[in-house]
Design a protein around this ligand. Structure first.
Ligand SMILES: Cc1ncc(COP(=O)(O)O)c(C=O)c1O
Length: 371
């Protein structure tokens, strides 16, 4: 119902269509769309964080390296699995791990995230660190490419999300080269209902959006539990959504270019640059607030949400902000800056240039109210 929202709602018709198609083999799907080999061990979970938690529990390494600017549930999963976390600074042009900082490092295990869909070159990391176990996080990166190759084939373990780029309730897929020991898994029937309410389109969103308008869009404190498979509905919706997403890639790049154009020479915001060589999936469009105005970011996001423009400060709770990881702040200044300045904007196939321009004008005017 709402047209400017990071959360893509599922229409009732699409849910029925996807259930009627009865296709749910996600590993075969990724093989046909992305060329990912189907020799991997494939495990589904109710949430990506639980996939990582299960994986980390299975890995023999005591220390896991992460980009300092990323989703806090990643490091949370490592901590829940009794691992020590080390943070590495990022490159502000791509929001990804700064590969140049890996030179000469001794790293047993690391997580490389294709942040916001911007691909990070895992092959390059392998050349520098041939013995490192690499977890490739593709939660934002379905259809992101490096050269002619889709990302998602280079890690020792690979994570995909069912709900971040396609309209879905929740769910994730973990691919591993060696089999994992897992607790007995069951289906997550009660766990799916809050997400059905939040994601399924309908008139109830008039009320839900009223509540969301008053909140900064912060994630609730996550728990980690690896006992649940992805619900069969989420598998059907994912197979349905991936086929659509495949056809939307050009449009998504176009939307990113519209944001870039609308934000050119903007006094307050710097858009991510759209360079053809990047081949991002354009999961969301990241913008940074210029340093002089960053103290207004939170108020700005809240004010826009009150106008039912549902954007987010991603990630204002990145690992580098957490008190537990304060020791890494001197070596990760760029991650710290991003955690204080990034805003992400929706990229959805039905958007048009006018809507993008109108939003940017509105965002700029709203910022001016605070200055
Ligand atoms: C890059 C990335 N990987 C993994 C996850 C975890 O996914 P989930 O929300 O399904 O637990 C998130 C965010 O939540 C994320 O942003």
């Amino acid at each position: 119902m709402n047209s400017f929202d990071l959360i893509e709602k599922i229409s009732f018709i699409d849910l029925i269509k996807s259930l009627l198609r009865k296709e749910s083999n996600v590993a075969a799907l990724l093989n046909s769309h992305l060329g990912i080999s189907n020799t991997w061990h494939a495990y589904t979970f109710d949430w990506g964080r639980n996939a990582l938690y299960a994986l980390f529990k299975n890995l023999p390494y005591k220390i896991i390296h992460f980009p300092a600017y990323t989703c806090p549930v990643l490091t949370g999963a490592a901590r829940a699995a009794n691992k020590q976390v080390v943070l590495i600074d990022v490159d502000p042009a791509t929001y990804n791990l700064d590969i140049s900082l890996l030179a000469g490092k001794k790293i047993e295990c690391m997580v490389a995230v294709h942040t916001f869909g911007n691909p990070v070159d895992i092959k390059k990391i392998r050349k520098m660190l041939p013995n490192t176990y690499i977890v490739e996080d593709c939660a934002h990166a379905l259809f992101s490419k490096i050269g002619d190759e889709y990302v998602g084939s280079q890690g020792d373990a690979v994570l995909f999300s069912f709900y971040k780029q396609t309209a879905n309730f929740n769910g994730g897929l973990l691919l591993t080269k060696t089999s994992l020991k897992l607790p007995k898994q069951e289906i997550t029937i009660p766990g799916i209902w809050p997400d059905v309410l939040l994601k399924l389109d309908g008139w109830h969103h008039v009320l839900i959006d009223k509540i969301r308008q008053q909140q900064p869009g912060k994630m609730p404190v996550p728990t980690y539990d690896d006992r649940y498979y992805a619900h069969p509905w989420t598998l059907s919706l994912f197979t349905f959504g991936v086929t659509q997403l495949d056809q939307q890639m050009q449009k998504r790049q176009q939307i990113a270019s519209w944001y870039c154009e609308a934000l050119e020479h903007n006094p307050y915001f710097v858009p991510q640059q759209v360079v053809p060589s990047m081949q991002s999936s354009w999961y969301q469009f990241p913008v940074t607030v210029k340093p002089l105005y960053k103290k207004h970011r939170h108020k700005l996001v809240l004010s826009l949400r009150r106008q039912a423009l549902f954007i987010a400060s991603m990630w204002e709770d990145a690992p580098i902000i957490e008190t537990d990881y304060k020791q890494w702040q001197p070596s990760c200044p760029r991650a710290l800056e991003l955690a204080q300045t990034v805003i992400t904007l929706p990229v959805q196939a039905q958007m048009n240039k006018d809507a993008v321009k109108k939003f940017v004008t509105n965002m700029t005017k709203t910022m001016e109210e605070f200055i």
